[in-house]
Design a binder for this molecule. Structure first.
Ligand code: NAD
Length: 480
């Protein structure tokens, strides 16, 4: 089995302790590579390399940094089929999802921030002829970039691109569950001659690698995407160290269908919002609120569409849902379905593990599942399940649905389907979420502020928000 290696100071290195753990292919349940079981020693080495590289990288011109990031983007694009196959094998997601979304977005993230730095601007405040204030923005140092398993290369590049573009150096920690495309990226860095120490990638378990990284005295910036509990843990450790921290966390997003919605569009988007990437996207619409007048018709049409979804081989182009990321995660989701039944929920479709034949018989496949009859305040409608499970909830009035939509600890995203434009804006204004879509879902412009309210996160990523996060403003006041 192939051994994944850390990428430290421009070299591919074994973990210092020589230990590895197994990495599984979720579609057949077998181990296929080894992941470094790195620890503090590797983090210390990586941070030292990044700190040293910061001295020169922070002084390179924007054009030089931009050129190098563009080279990385081009190299990913050139080898995109290799990345697509690797992402699908490592994560269980369909190759078509990786081809359409994950891998093109990785290149797009790098290109977006490589060019954004060329179009940034600074501020100037004049004081009526008495003085001029100008505000420059400086790179900060070594950024710790920690990413989850659901969109592995997509979310890793979403962090490292703005961090590097603004002149910081990086120690990245990809998810231990899906390390492969980050490993491929490190090989590409070597191929394109990325300067040593500027980007470092250390693999390993969350707390064993994560704690020494986030609490390291030389990592003043932490950019984290993952679960709310891990976010709380990181915030608890790093707040007394006054680190600049961005936390992109979980969601329990409402998808609201009013009776006056474009029916076909609402059905199509609701299916996408519930089951894309096996329901393993932080933005998935897992609470589906439908107005009573159309509830029966909507439910019937939804079930018809869900029954057409094909769970199958992630490599096959006709597959809609691939495998869940791991056996433990699949079992967790199955446990939530059992909990839903105990709470009185009716499983309208799905609810079981899908056993495929041949080589895939041990794969972690789940049926797309629709549940009805649960109150909005029960655990299933309050906790993030992060699987192909959607809960149907009827509502009567606009006020009632706004109240239910907001009655969770999360506030990441929401979708509203209505043909009444005033209602669309009114409800969007009343919903506690960082991102609200009207008549669509997951339509993303990389310039917009991205992030959540309440326990869905702290801060915003995207566009100039990311450039600001990874830089420190400094105001200079010049007396005239
Ligand atoms: P997770 O919190 O378990 O892990 C995320 C990353 O943090 C992994 O790399 C993990 O190894 C690392 N980690 C774990 N413990 C750590 C510690 N003590 N210190 C530092 N790092 C540590 O999350 P996950 O299961 O990989 O991902 C799923 C979660 O991510 C879901 O809750 C989902 O909603 C969330 N997510 C949020 C967004 C967003 O933009 N808001 C996007 C994608 C996923």
């Amino acid at each position: 089995m192939e051994k994944i290696l850390n990428y430290i100071n421009g070299e591919l290195l074994k973990p210092s302790n020589g230990e590895y753990f197994e990495n599984y292919n979720p579609s057949n349940g077998s181990a296929y590579s080894w992941v470094p079981d790195s620890d503090k020693t590797d983090i210390d080495k990586a941070v030292a390399a990044a700190k040293e590289a910061f001295k020169s990288w922070s002084k390179t011109s924007k054009h030089e940094r931009s050129k190098l990031l563009m080279k990385l983007a081009d190299a990913i694009e050139k080898r995109s089929e290799e990345f697509i196959r690797a992402e699908s094998k490592d994560n269980g997601k369909t190759e078509s999802q990786a081809r359409k979304v994950d891998i093109p977005r990785a290149s797009a993230n790098l290109r977006f921030f490589a060019t954004a730095i060329l179009h940034d601007h600074s501020e100037l405040h004049e004081m009526d002829g008495e003085a001029i204030n100008y505000t420059s923005r400086q790179a900060i140092g070594v950024a710790a970039c920690i990413s989850p398993w659901n969109l592995p290369l997509y979310l890793l590049t979403w962090k490292i691109a703005p961090a590097l573009a603004t002149g910081n150096t990086v120690v990245a920690k990809p998810s231990e569950v899906t390390p492969m495309t980050a490993f491929l990226l490190s090989k590409i860095c070597i191929e394109v001659g990325f300067p040593k120490g500027v980007l470092n990638i250390v693999h390993g378990y969350g707390s064993k690698v994560g704690d020494p990284l986030t609490t390291h005295v030389d990592t003043p910036i932490i950019s984290f995407t993952g679960g709310t509990e891990t976010g709380k843990h990181i915030a608890g450790l790093t707040a007394p160290m006054f680190k600049k921290t961005s936390l992109e966390l979980g969601g329990k997003n409402p998808n609201i269908i009013f009776a006056d919605a474009n029916f076909d569009q609402a059905i199509e988007m609701s299916v996408k919002a519930a089951f894309s990437n096996q329901g393993q996207i932080c933005l998935c619409g897992s609470r589906l609120f439908v107005q009573k007048e159309i509830y029966s018709k909507f439910k019937a049409a939804l079930l018809t569409e869900v029954s057409k979804l094909k769970v199958g081989d992630p490599k096959a182009p006709e597959t809609d849902l691939g495998a869940m990321v791991s056996e433990s995660h699949m079992k967790k989701v199955l446990g939530k379905i059992e909990e839903a039944k105990k709470l009185g929920g009716q499983i309208l479709i799905g609810g079981e593990r899908e056993i495929l034949g041949g080589e895939l018989k041990k794969g972690y496949f789940l049926q797309p599942t629709v549940i009805e009859g649960l109150s909005n305040d029960c655990s299933i409608n309050q906790q993030e399940i992060f699987g192909p499970v959607v809960s149907l909830i009827p509502f009567e009035t606009e006020g009632e649905v706004i109240e239910m939509a907001n009655a969770t600890k999360y506030g990441l995203s929401a979708s509203i389907f209505t043909e009444n434009i005033s209602r669309g804006h009114r409800v969007a204004a009343a919903i506690d979420a960082g991102i609200v879509w009207i008549n669509t879902w997951i339509l993303r412009d990389l310039r917009i502020p991205f992030g959540g309210m309440k326990q869905s996160g702290l801060g915003r990523e995207g566009g100039f928000k990311s450039l600001q996060f990874f830089t420190e403003p400094k105001n200079v006041c010049l007396k005239i």
